[in-house]
Design a protein around this ligand. Structure first.
Ligand code: NAD
Length: 295
């Protein structure tokens, strides 16, 4: 079914995601505070709006793709009186679980269907329409939201009720941050022990230490030619975004009383890495920090 979809937040992720909705035949009303983002989205066929309320008026679905939970709650509150009951509201930003739950409650009160649907797959996945959406919300909202998400998705994974998508996202990314530090430590130790990168890779990638951080995003150049290590640690997945997700995991652990000592250590290390000016590098560049090289 062809829909009118309002898309708020047309940045590095939102712009190409909105473009894939256009390619699927939907009509997309786009809003962003940045004129440059609106203009870039217009090149993809999005109808740019300078007024957010006008963009959401009459929309069948609203998607937000914004930097943080405070902004998501603010934007959803600003449009709460304008969206019609029955509208499907989807937030695909990566935000804290408690803000996501509050956003669901706010719009459920207005008779909307609501989803938290953060993504993994980065800007490449956003462009290609192959993002994985981790989705939290009611069964009805998931059924209706799936139709909206599919043109942007490789996979849509239902995770549970309100906030469950954000919860799954931060648990996964915390594990990823920890596993990358583990992979980097293994290769840095191997170097000191005189092991060739390829030899260590051949063992780990087929043994019990295998993981995405080694098999796909290997932190040393050579064994996996497509990993960012072969390209000056150009992201990929920027260390600053990893740090954001690790901090969200810490916030969630504090609010729910979970013990995440390795997650906390990973946040500290990526925090230091960023403060040394490496936030724009792929997160696998943490191996240079471990080696003590400030590059
Ligand atoms: P971005 O900074 O490129 O885009 C955010 C956009 O939101 C900007 O264009 C900004 O102008 C706009 N914006 C800010 N406040 C606004 C408001 N009040 N109203 C309307 N527009 C507003 O960020 P991004 O890389 O597109 O990331 C968006 C979200 O996706 C973040 O939550 C991020 O953590 C998550 N994410 C990013 C990636 C990635 O690889 N970039 C991967 C997965 C998830």
């Amino acid at each position: 079914m062809t829909m009118t979809i309002a898309f708020i937040g047309l940045g590095n992720m939102g712009g190409p995601m909105a473009g894939n909705l256009i390619k699927a035949g939907h009509s997309v009303n786009g809003f962003d505070l940045s004129e440059a983002a609106r203009a870039a989205a217009a090149e993809r066929g999005v109808s740019p709006f300078e007024d957010m309320a006008a963009a959401v008026t009459g929309a069948d679905a609203v998607i937000t793709m914004l930097p943080n939970g405070g902004l998501v709650k603010k934007v959803w509150a600003q449009i709460a009186e304008t969206v019609a009951p029955g509208t499907i509201m989807i937030d695909s930003s990566t935000i804290d679980v408690d803000s996501a739950i509050a956003a669901h409650a706010m719009m459920a009160e207005k008779g909307c269907l609501t989803l938290d649907a953060p993504v993994s797959g980065g800007t490449g996945g956003a462009e290609a329409g192959t993002l994985t959406f981790m989705v939290g919300g009611s069964d009805d909202a998931i059924a209706k939201g799936r139709e909206v998400l599919e043109p942007m998705a490789g996979r849509v994974v239902p995770c549970g009720g309100a906030g469950a998508g954000q919860a799954a996202k931060i648990c996964n990314n915390m594990l990823l941050g920890i596993s990358m530090i583990g992979a980097a430590e293994a290769f840095a130790l191997g170097e000191k022990l005189g092991l060739e990168h390829q030899a260590l890779f051949d063992v780990i990638s087929t043994s019990s230490g295998q993981c995405w951080s080694v098999n796909t995003n290997c932190p040393v150049p050579g064994p996996v030619p497509t990993s960012p290590a072969n390209n000056g640690y150009k992201p990929g997945f920027a260390a600053a975004l990893m740090l954001k997700d690790l901090r969200l995991a810490q916030e969630a652990a504090l609010s729910r009383g979970a013990q995440i000592p390795l997650g906390a250590e990973a946040a500290q290390m990526f925090g230091l890495f960023e403060s040394l000016g490496h936030g724009g590098e792929d997160f696998s560049g943490i191996i240079n920090f471990l080696r003590g090289a400030d590059k």
